[in-house]
Design a protein around this ligand. Structure first.
Ligand SMILES: NC(=O)c1ccc[n+]([C@@H]2O[C@H](COP(=O)([O-])OP(=O)(O)OC[C@H]3O[C@@H](n4cnc5c(N)ncnc54)[C@H](O)[C@@H]3O)[C@@H](O)[C@H]2O)c1
Ligand SMILES: O=c1ccn([C@@H]2O[C@H](COP(=O)(O)OP(=O)(O)O[C@H]3O[C@H](CO)[C@@H](O)[C@H](O)[C@H]3O)[C@@H](O)[C@H]2O)c(=O)[nH]1
Length: 336
């Protein structure tokens, strides 16, 4: 193994956010040196560990990106910074194309000019739209049904074309439903505005909201509620490290799903929350949320084989337990 001290620094954009902060922890645990670039629009400075340089600024500021890359000896970029809400993207499409597509273009170009050869990108299962066959493998047609998914797919295309023309290599990771928190309690989902199912359930569990709405129970699924493939955020962080090692070993560019290949319905997730809590939570069936596909489950053969990725937290109970522990810690620290 190479001496970690001699390995170049990794630039983590969006490293103050939910997923980026877990990847920063995983990089530090692996002995890597890191610099974070984040505008703190949804992230928190407190999520960046002590000792990690935090550059507060916009990923679309090419001059700042180039100075950061050169100043910190960066040779790999992990790009998490972006806007992440599907319903918001429908109402504000141009904001999403600007922050996710235009700013990614600027980042890729600034990186290229500054000599960065490795790029790892946060893509999404939303690029598949409403797929017919389950599980979804990476060769399934991409046909996103909202601006968020399109803004991410365009970035995948830019990376593919820039890789052919300019010699950079990349891994685009298409995340399914990211959930849970660092098992050591160092980070977790801290969004000020919650939209994700497990975050909403954790807020209800800690008394921050009166009940949980279930968006439709008349889907063509075993219990009528939507089925998703929930991946623990620390397993996702490990996938990023594996992707980095792959590129550093000279591996080809890849597009890979990140999930477990197993789906749980909304009801099954809420049942697990109640089982961990040892009490029931008030739920309400409401109308379907626009744009929700009934089922999304990842085909995972490719990531397991090509990155030799072996998840450690595949149990839904662990995902729920870590999410609830983090929410308790966060609600105590916010009330102090
Ligand atoms: N959470 C999920 O289930 C999920 C699923 C698929 C893909 N993703 C993708 O993963 C990435 C991280 O998502 P997350 O859940 O951690 O969200 P998050 O909102 O917690 O993190 C995003 C971070 O990027 C920062 N940011 C946003 N725009 C920026 C800009 N222009 N310049 C600098 N910093 C900026 C924010 O302050 C925040 O810290 C996103 O690109 C998202 O699209 C997330
Ligand atoms: O209060 C809530 C919140 C969610 N849900 C349902 O729970 C499921 C999961 O929803 P959510 O946690 O909002 O995630 P998704 O809409 O599936 O989207 C996530 O997962 C996608 C990949 O599968 C990514 O593309 C997105 O970025 C990411 O937000 C869906 O069926 C929702 O309708 C509810 O019933 N009630």
């Amino acid at each position: 193994m190479a001496d970690p001290i001699s390995l170049p620094t990794v630039l983590v954009t969006g490293g103050a956010g939910y997923i980026g902060s877990h990847v920063v922890l995983a990089l530090l645990d692996a002995g890597r040196s890191v610099v974070v670039l984040d505008d703190l629009s949804t992230g928190r400075g407190a999520s960046v560990p002590n000792g990690v340089p935090l550059v507060v600024g916009d990923v679309g500021d090419a001059g700042l990106v180039e100075r950061t890359i050169v100043g910190h000896g960066v040779n790999a970029v992990m790009h998490f910074a972006g806007s992440i809400s599907v319903p918001e993207s429908v109402g504000k499409p141009l904001d999403y194309y600007r922050n996710n597509t235009v700013n990614s273009l600027s980042l890729i170009d600034a990186g290229r000019r500054a000599g960065v050869e490795r790029f790892i990108f946060s893509s999404t299962a939303a690029v598949y739209g409403m797929p017919e066959a389950m599980p979804i493998d990476e060769d399934a047609p991409t046909d996103p049904i909202n601006p968020y998914g399109r803004s991410k797919l365009m970035t995948e295309w830019m990376l593919r074309d820039a890789a052919s023309a300019h010699g950079l290599r990349y891994v685009a990771l298409r995340y399914f439903n990211v959930a849970g928190a660092d098992p050591a309690g160092r980070s977790g989902q801290s969004a000020r505005v919650a939209t994700h199912l497990l975050k909403i359930a954790a807020q209800a569990a800690t008394g921050q909201r009166p009940d949980i709405q279930i968006f439709g129970d008349d889907y063509p699924t075993p219990d009528g509620t939507c089925v998703r493939d929930y991946i623990h955020v620390s397993d996702l962080a490990d996938a990023h490290l594996a992707a980095l090692r792959h590129l550093e070993a000279g591996g080809d560019s890849l597009v890979l799903n990140c999930g477990y290949g197993r789906g749980y319905s909304v009801r099954e997730v809420l049942d697990m929350v109640e089982s961990v809590l040892g009490k029931s939570l008030p739920t309400r069936i409401v109308q379907r949320r626009a744009g929700d596909p009934p089922t999304l489950v990842a085909g995972t053969e490719r990531i397991r084989r090509l990155l030799d990725w072996a998840p450690r937290h595949e149990d839904l109970r662990i995902i729920v337990e870590t999410a609830l522990s983090w929410e308790k810690k966060l609600s105590v620290s916010q009330s102090e």
